[in-house]
Write a new protein. Structure first.
Length: 110
């Protein structure tokens, strides 16, 4: 299984702009939940995307969609990151499950 491929970012304007400036060409500014869902599903069908980064706010709104995609396929790996401002919720368990699927064994996170 080849893990070489593209990265996409689905985020609010400030975060998407930072990723764009850092070289991630496929950084999308998300305006609403429906646009985020449509784009996430579209990108996840393309075999060349191996990682999709979303902000926690978007991940919370698309939790069921992300869980369904993560159970059906290994790639793209969908990872939630905190926004630049605002509280960040601890989301250790979903991350632990993704790591277990990706590497094949459990990693304890404390």
């Amino acid at each position: 299984m080849d893990a070489t491929g593209k990265i996409a970012v689905l985020a609010e304007e400030d975060v998407a702009s930072l990723f764009l400036l850092s070289g991630v060409k496929d950084s999308f500014v998300i305006k609403d939940e429906e646009e985020a869902r449509r784009l996430l599903l579209e990108l996840s069908r393309k075999e060349d995307y191996k990682l999709i980064i979303v902000t926690n706010r978007i991940a919370e709104r698309l939790e069921e969609t992300i869980a369904e995609l993560s159970m059906r396929q290994v790639f793209p790996l969908i990872v939630a990151i905190p926004e630049r401002r605002g509280p960040t919720a601890r989301r250790v368990e979903p991350l632990r499950r993704l790591i277990r699927r990706a590497v094949g064994f459990d990693i304890r996170i404390r």
